[in-house]
Ligand binder design. Structure first.
Ligand SMILES: *[C@@H]1O[C@H](CO)[C@@H](O)[C@H](O)[C@H]1NC(C)=O
Ligand SMILES: *[C@@H]1O[C@H](CO)[C@@H](O)[C@H](O)[C@H]1NC(C)=O
Ligand SMILES: *[C@@H]1O[C@H](CO)[C@@H](O)[C@H](O)[C@H]1NC(C)=O
Ligand SMILES: *[C@@H]1O[C@H](CO)[C@@H](O)[C@H](O)[C@H]1NC(C)=O
Ligand SMILES: *[C@@H]1O[C@H](CO)[C@@H](O)[C@H](O)[C@H]1NC(C)=O
Ligand SMILES: *[C@@H]1O[C@H](CO)[C@@H](O)[C@H](O)[C@H]1NC(C)=O
Ligand SMILES: *[C@@H]1O[C@H](CO)[C@@H](O)[C@H](O)[C@H]1NC(C)=O
Ligand SMILES: *[C@@H]1O[C@H](CO)[C@@H](O)[C@H](O)[C@H]1NC(C)=O
Ligand SMILES: *[C@@H]1O[C@H](CO)[C@@H](O)[C@H](O)[C@H]1NC(C)=O
Ligand SMILES: *[C@@H]1O[C@H](CO)[C@@H](O)[C@H](O)[C@H]1NC(C)=O
Ligand SMILES: *[C@@H]1O[C@H](CO)[C@@H](O)[C@H](O)[C@H]1NC(C)=O
Ligand SMILES: *[C@@H]1O[C@H](CO)[C@@H](O)[C@H](O)[C@H]1NC(C)=O
Length: 725
């Protein structure tokens, strides 16, 4: 007995010892494996701006306490690695493949680059991979097929190229596949149809081409989001798509799809967002779209659709059908759309009739209303109430008449008002001067009267683009008016991070204003989006008289000045030479007299100069941009002489003081060059810049500016893609 009693503790001791040795041999080496793998990753991080890994990933604590690391509860192995949003720069080492219990790997919003090491294929427990918003390159590896447990694969916003591997079709547990914003090409693999658990498929903003495989959607019963916009897809929308009865978000925009919008769209009763804009779709809009009970956003713009706009459900928050061939009147069902919130865009169709009065009421919810380029007639509704939320209101190119409704003054958010090319008969809307209006375009109407009949009470201090041309304004050019243009005098107030005018929508997404039409340099320009840096004063083709006020020389951000075809007299103010970014100056067809101020030679960005048909005289200044202008800039001024005219100056005229050689040094030239290359400036270069920045598809509806780390949106609501958690 005694022995036994004596022995027991030692047996217990031995057993305990044995257990702990077993535990050590089971745990310690594996912990070290994970530790080594993570330290290898740390060693491959070349830049860690917040010093997170440097200070936290140390031997002092177990890897399970390291930042971004989570271990499984029983075996102390790393199961989750989340280094998202740490601004890390580096590569992914093969050692990571030793984290053999890893089920979630999230390194999105960093700057990892290079290609992915094949050893990672060993991570067969992975359920979630997020490499989004990095700089990975090369093809999407076909060995991703070995992640048989994978539910979420997020490779969006990288530099992946090549084709989408068919092997992804074997990831039968996959629910979310997001490959958007890459450089992928080739066809959408038919193998995707294997993914019967798929809920989200985002392949947008790539270069995928070919037709959508007709059987692709045969067995994707759970699909909720299908986003294939901004690719090179053509052919018809396959009918198999309408078997996906769970679809909520469908975007096939900015491709080259043809055929009609199928009636079967009515099968997709859960749709809340439908975007088919910028394709080649024809036929009528199926009226069944109007009975989709949850539809909130519908954008069919920029196709070749015909017929009438069907009655639509009152739940709509955004409607876009511009750039089609639609006819008829605006259906009165619009009046019931009290939840219209973001946009109502019917522009560039063949709609006719009067504007329903209720549109004024709706302005208490609609932020952007554009019914331009149609055949509407009658008056603009006058019932813009207090609380009007309109930000942009465009009715250009219609046959609207009467006056601008004074109730527009209730639209305190109004930034863009474009009524060009109508038959409006009114005086200058000085009463809008206290709004934050940035763009005011009244040209080609019958506006009349003075612009100097207000006493600084109304300031237009945010105005950057004002076009009063082709009206019947008269009187003097008001000094007060120009004095108050603070946005043009002091430069762009909100330089911000974008070159484009934008605002934050009701859904917290940034929207661009788009479509600005400006006549300048003799051309009708169409800007895909409004450049913030563009400033324009166009008072041409009116009956203004008197002198050009010197104060114009203080509008330091002015890019375009057109006072042509008026009855202005007196000299050209020498101070106009102080406008450092002026690119276009047109004072032609007035009664200006005196000499061309030599100070104008300082306008080193001046591309267009038109002083023709005045009474100017003396030597044409020489140097800088003045060496580039031709006879056309000066014709109809009998007293001018010197280059480029063939008429030589007499001795007396030659005594004209020459400008001090202005410093056209390397910097100035480079600056201009960089502007031409697309950092700013309007007009011709702005236009081509728009085309470049907005890449694929048809320029006028191009939607997205690609800025790394940021997504910007056009005026229309875009899909709110979650980062994919
Ligand atoms: C941390 O651990 C690794 C691997 O065990 C070892 O190589 C390294 O020397 C250790 N560093 C320190 C500072 O202890
Ligand atoms: C590392 O970070 C984690 C999580 O923030 C923290 O709990 C831990 O104390 C840190 N360890 C060290 C050594 O700083
Ligand atoms: C990233 O982190 C910064 C600051 O830590 C935070 O402001 C930002 O919202 C984060 N971004 C994302 C996408 O998580
Ligand atoms: C971890 O992975 C690397 C590279 O894949 C390999 O060479 C090494 O043997 C592994 N180390 C451990 C401790 O498993
Ligand atoms: C891990 O990958 C390597 C090389 O890719 C391979 O030789 C090895 O068999 C794999 N190990 C496991 C456990 O799958
Ligand atoms: C993307 O990859 C291509 C080559 O595949 C390269 O030319 C380009 O510079 C890369 N872009 C970025 C942003 O890394
Ligand atoms: C599709 O799934 C079937 C089994 O359901 C499988 O045999 C086939 O290989 C899969 N296709 C691809 C491309 O993975
Ligand atoms: C439309 O839905 C019905 C069931 O509601 C289904 O039987 C039919 O096949 C669907 N049509 C198409 C074209 O998918
Ligand atoms: C649209 O279709 C027409 C007629 O089929 C064709 O001529 C045109 O090239 C297509 N446009 C685009 C952008 O695909
Ligand atoms: C619309 O159709 C006409 C002919 O019917 C064609 O000329 C035009 O290119 C089409 N527009 C688009 C955008 O495809
Ligand atoms: C507006 O809605 C009301 C109630 O739902 C309905 O009675 C009326 O017919 C609708 N008006 C139009 C023009 O659709
Ligand atoms: C503009 O309206 C005024 C008064 O409302 C009228 O006298 C004038 O004839 C109209 N002018 C034009 C050009 O229609």
């Amino acid at each position: 007995m005694g022995n036994i009693v004596f022995l027991l503790p030692s047996m217990v001791f031995v057993v305990l010892l044995h257990n702990s040795v077993a535990a050590l041999s089971a745990e310690s080496p594996t912990t070290t494996t994970d530790q080594l793998a993570l330290l290898a990753l740390k060693a491959h991080v070349t830049h860690d701006p917040q010093n997170l890994l440097a200070t936290n990933w140390t031997n002092a604590t177990s890897v399970c306490n390291w930042i971004g690391v989570t271990c499984g509860s029983n075996h102390q192995r790393v199961t989750t690695l989340d280094l998202s949003n740490m601004s890390l720069v580096g590569t992914v080492p093969p050692h990571l493949a030793n984290l053999s219990f890893l089920s979630q790997l999230n390194i999105r919003f960093n700057h990892f680059h290079g290609s992915l090491p094949m050893e990672l294929a060993n991570l067969s427990s992975l359920k979630y991979i997020n490499f989004g918003y990095n700089n990975f390159q090369g093809e999407i590896p076909s060995w991703f097929a070995s992640f048989t447990q994978l539910q979420s694969l997020f490779l969006y916003h990288n530099n992946f190229s090549g084709v989408i591997p068919s092997s992804l079709g074997s990831l039968l547990n996959l629910e979310k596949l997001m490959l958007y914003d890459n450089d992928l090409e080739g066809h959408i693999p038919t193998a995707i149809k294997n993914l019967s658990n798929l809920k989200w498929l985002y392949l947008d903003n790539n270069k995928l081409s070919g037709q959508l495989p007709s059987t692709l959607f045969d067995h994707l019963p759970k699909l909720q989001h299908l986003v294939l916009e901004v690719n090179l897809l053509f052919g018809r929308i396959p009918t198999s798509l309408f078997k996906c009865q769970e679809l909520q978000v469908l975007s096939l925009s900015v491709n080259a799809l043809e055929g009609s919008v199928p009636q079967e769209i009515g099968n997709l009763t859960k749709l809340s967002e439908l975007y088919l804009y910028s394709n080649n779709l024809t036929g009528e809009i199926p009226s069944i779209i109007g009975s989709l009970p949850f539809l909130e956003y519908l954008d069919l713009s920029d196709n070749n659709l015909t017929g009438r706009l069907p009655a639509l459900q009152s739940s709509l928050r955004g409607l876009g059908v511009s750039h089609n061939n639609l006819i008829g009147e605006i259906p009165l069902s619009i009046c019931n759309m009290s939840s219209l919130l973001d946009y109502f865009i019917l522009s560039t169709n063949n709609f006719h009739g009067i504007i329903p009065k209720c549109l004024g009421n709706l302005s208490n919810s609609i932020a952007n209303m554009d019914i331009s380029m149609n055949n509407f007639h009658g008056k603009i509704p006058g019932n813009f109430h207090k609380g009007c939320l309109l930000r942009s209101f465009s009715i250009r190119y219609n046959q609207l008449e009467g006056s601008l409704p004074r109730s527009l003054v209730n639209c305190s958010e109004l930034e863009i008002l474009d009524v060009r090319n109508n038959n409006l008969n009114d005086t200058f809307p000085y009463w809008l001067g206290n709004l934050d209006l940035q763009v005011l375009i009244l040209c080609h109407n019958r506006f009349y009267g003075h612009i100097d009949n207000f006493e600084g009470r109304f300031s237009f201090s945010h105005l950057r683009i004002v076009d009063l041309s082709y009206n019947d304004f008269n009187g003097l050019l008001s000094m007060k008016f120009f004095e108050n243009l603070h946005a043009i005098r002091n430069g762009s107030e909100n330089k911000g991070d974008s070159n484009y005018m934008m605002y934050i929508g009701s859904d917290q997404v940034e929207y661009f204003y788009h479509f600005l039409y400006i006549t300048t340099k003799g051309l009708d320009m169409e800007f895909p989006n409004i450049l913030k840096i563009l400033t324009v004063i166009d008072f041409s083709n009116n009956r203004f008289h008197g002198q050009i006020p010197e104060i114009l020389g203080e509008l330091h951000s002015l890019v375009v000045l057109n006072l042509s075809h008026n009855s202005l007299t007196g000299p050209i103010p020498s101070l106009l030479g102080n406008l450092p970014v002026l690119e276009s100056l047109d004072l032609s067809s007035n009664k200006l007299e005196g000499k061309i101020p030599s100070h104008l030679v300082n306008l080193i960005f001046l591309e267009v100069l038109n002083l023709s048909w005045n009474n100017l005289m003396g030597l044409i200044p020489q140097g800088n941009q003045f060496d580039t202008f031709t006879n056309d800039s000066y014709m109809g001024n009998l007293g001018l002489c010197g280059f480029p005219l063939s008429k030589e100056c007499s001795n007396e005229q030659n005594l004209e003081p020459q400008p001090t050689k202005s410093d056209e040094d390397g910097d100035a030239v480079n600056w201009k060059f960089s502007i031409l290359m697309g950092y700013g400036c309007g007009l011709v270069c702005g236009l081509s810049m728009g085309y470049i920045v907005f890449t694929t598809g048809k320029p006028w509806w191009l939607v997205k500016v690609f800025e790394r780390g940021q997504q910007k949106y056009d005026i229309r609501r875009k899909i709110s893609r979650s980062g994919g958690s």
